[in-house]
Design a protein around this ligand. Structure first.
Ligand code: AP5
Length: 213
């Protein structure tokens, strides 16, 4: 099954996508994570992407599609697309790439969360610079402040999580990504809405229920 997770910054796409992919043995394809890894490794792609990410703007479609093609070359039982596609050209390109593999998008799940909660979630996010585990100082704090429970390394804030940048990311989501809900509705993939303003496990339960899992 191939599932697109849609939703604004901080809605919980990464959190839910990780749980869903792990439970089903699928691959979670997060273009945000791929870009952050490129930034961390100091590649030229990472350096280019960083300028857009730090400003809360979208990275150009051709950069994103190059990364996605590479991941899709590794066959998987299912994919959870998290933070991708974000524009209509990306959605159309994904349809083409999947068609080449005789696959398609089976469902789009929109994770809904009010804006004031999104800003608080994003400002409270802390991630492990080493293993990638994600925490939240308000909702899911580590046992020891700023230390990863899983691997003991330091937790860091994302460069694009300042309040001003989050507000810009929200605007970009409304302008460029939210219209994809209509795209999927018109292109035959069932679109389901899930209330993301609940505990993580309750949201995951609803995500799986809407997918018939
Ligand atoms: P990306 O990394 O995709 O960021 P995003 O879409 O803005 O989403 P976030 O990662 O902020 O949030 P999320 O919904 O995954 O929530 P999470 O689970 O982490 O993209 C970053 C940038 O990269 C973009 O701005 C753009 O520049 C570029 N980019 C990426 N993909 C691109 C593409 N396809 N095209 C062009 N550019 C692209 O949760 C957030 C916090 O809330 C965490 O602390 C978490 O612990 C907490 N939390 C989660 N769920 C709950 C809950 N139910 N209750 C309480 N707390 C919760």
């Amino acid at each position: 099954m191939n599932v697109v997770l849609l939703g604004p910054p901080g809605a919980g796409k990464g959190t839910q996508g990780e749980l869903l992919a792990r439970s089903q043995g699928w691959v979670r394809l997060s273009t945000g994570d791929l870009l952050r890894e490129a930034v961390r490794q100091g590649t030229s792609l990472g350096a280019e992407a960083r300028r857009y990410m730090d400003a809360g703007e979208l990275v150009p479609d051709e950069v994103i599609l190059g990364m996605v093609r590479e991941v899709l070359e590794r066959p998987a039982a299912g994919y959870v697309f998290d933070g991708f596609p974000r524009t209509r050209p990306q959605a159309e390109a994904l349809d083409g790439l999947l068609a080449d593999l005789r696959r398609g998008i089976d469902a789009a799940v929109v994770v809904d969360v009010p804006d004031d909660v999104l800003v608080k979630r994003v400002s409270g996010r802390r991630s492990c610079g080493s293993c990638g585990a994600v925490y939240n100082i308000y909702y899911n704090p580590p046992a020891t402040a700023d230390v990863c429970d899983r691997c003991g390394n330091a937790l860091v804030e994302r460069a694009d999580d300042s309040e001003a940048t989050v507000r810009r990311r929200l605007d970009v989501y409304r302008e460029q990504t939210e219209p994809l809900i209509d795209y999927y509705e018109k292109n035959g993939a069932p679109v389901a809405y899930v209330d993301g303003n609940r505990p993580v496990e309750a949201v995951q339960h609803s995500v799986r229920e809407t997918l018939g899992l």
